[in-house]
Design a protein around this ligand. Structure first.
Ligand code: ACO
Length: 335
């Protein structure tokens, strides 16, 4: 059996910086409240018509492919994780195949929200381990800003999320002690509505809402989050799934060189850091700059960690995420 390893990473964020102060001009909030509760100082929002979820993913992918040192036609499969696709259907995977001009390889869309990138690399890893594909392009990209309620009504959700994309190229690794050692995935759908966007879905579409019910202000078109409930579940599940991954590989927290947690909230990352007794150098956070970019947060953070030489050959790198679904997961990687 083969292993898979990450050989190229890239990220893209829009130039448009939206500070907490900027938000306080359009809703009743403050820099102090946002920083104290979430650690976020600013986030990026696309300029409408300049970027889409797909275009950001494509920009990140081009960088990852170039850094991987392969040609786009060496890609055997595409996995795209997002909760904010350009279209209701088709999903963005095929749009990446089109826009990168890759030959007619398979393209798969992964939902799973904040855990989307972990699920996506797990899928890629299995295809590579089985020998079915050699090079798989994995993208996490999100465009939140156009779907948020930017009034005081939506403030507890809309201050948290930002736009951006990250990508990774995974390839076959013959040395079984290197690369993605294991991935661990979970779900608990009984809490689906605690962090959700109900519409548009087949149960709630514009046509019935707007035309038949004449209710354009329907809040179900904006994301809903039961913040404290999500927080409590996140800290428990993050911890569990990191321990599960370490145990599966006969490793302990002491062995972690770098933890890259999904950038949900700085307080969640700090809780995990303290629980595992990790130093600041062992945990990579960039939520301060980008907010929570859901499926894009881990590949953006991993790319920045790699670019700043925080990921070195032989390091034990742990990725972990928790999010809407609820879904959660981890990946244990020997770099
Ligand atoms: N600015 C100012 N005041 C606000 C804002 C805001 N942006 N948002 C809410 N408030 C107010 C509320 O109206 C409330 O006022 P009240 O006491 O007068 O009713 C007060 O602040 C407290 O609101 P809570 O929702 O109880 O605030 P809480 O301390 O729980 O913080 C937060 C909210 C930051 C969302 C927190 O619950 C949290 O971090 N939850 C974790 C969820 C998370 O990380 N989600 C990220 C996305 S999900 C994911 O990635 C997994």
């Amino acid at each position: 059996m083969y292993n898979s390893k990450i050989i190229g990473l890239g990220h893209y964020v829009p130039d448009n910086v939206v500070s907490n102060h900027d938000l306080s001009k359009v809703m009743d909030t403050s820099d102090e409240w946002i920083q104290e509760r979430t650690g976020i100082k600013e986030r990026r929002h696309v300029i409408p018509d300049q970027d889409t979820t797909t275009s950001m993913g494509v920009k990140a992918a081009r960088i990852a492919i170039e850094r991987a040192g392969i040609e786009k036609d060496d890609i055997d499969f595409i996995v795209f994780a997002t909760l904010s696709p350009d279209y209701y259907f088709p999903g963005p995977g095929v749009l990446v195949q089109r826009d990168l001009g890759i030959k007619t390889v398979g393209a798969l869309d992964v939902r799973n929200q904040c855990s989307g990138f972990i699920y996506a690399i797990s899928v890629a890893d299995q295809y590579i381990k089985s020998g079915m594909y050699k090079n798989v392009l994995v993208i996490g990209s999100e465009l939140h800003s156009r779907g948020l309620d930017m009034t005081t009504r939506g403030r507890s959700v809309s201050v948290i999320f930002g736009d951006g994309a990250g990508a990774a190229v995974l390839t076959r690794e013959d040395n079984n002690s290197k690369g993605i050692l294991s991935t661990h995935l979970h779900s608990e759908g009984q809490h689906a509505e605690e962090l959700s966007l109900i519409a548009p879905g087949m149960g709630k579409r514009w046509v019935t809402d707007i035309i038949e019910e004449n209710n354009p202000d329907d809040e179900s078109y904006f994301p809903y989050m039961n913040g404290q409930f999500v927080f409590k579940n996140a800290v428990v599940r993050f911890s569990e799934v990191i321990i599960e991954g370490l145990k599966a590989n006969n490793l302990e927290a002491d062995n972690i060189d770098l933890l890259v947690p999904h950038q949900a909230n700085l307080r969640i990352s700090q809780f995990i850091q303290n629980k595992f007794g990790l130093s600041d150098d062992q945990v990579f956070n960039n939520i301060m700059k980008y907010g929570n970019t859901t499926a894009a947060s881990i590949p953006i953070a991993l790319t920045e960690a790699w670019e700043s030489n925080k990921v070195k050959d032989g390091d034990l790198v742990v990725l972990a995420a928790f999010g809407s679904g609820f879904t959660w997961g981890s990946a244990i990687i020997r770099w």
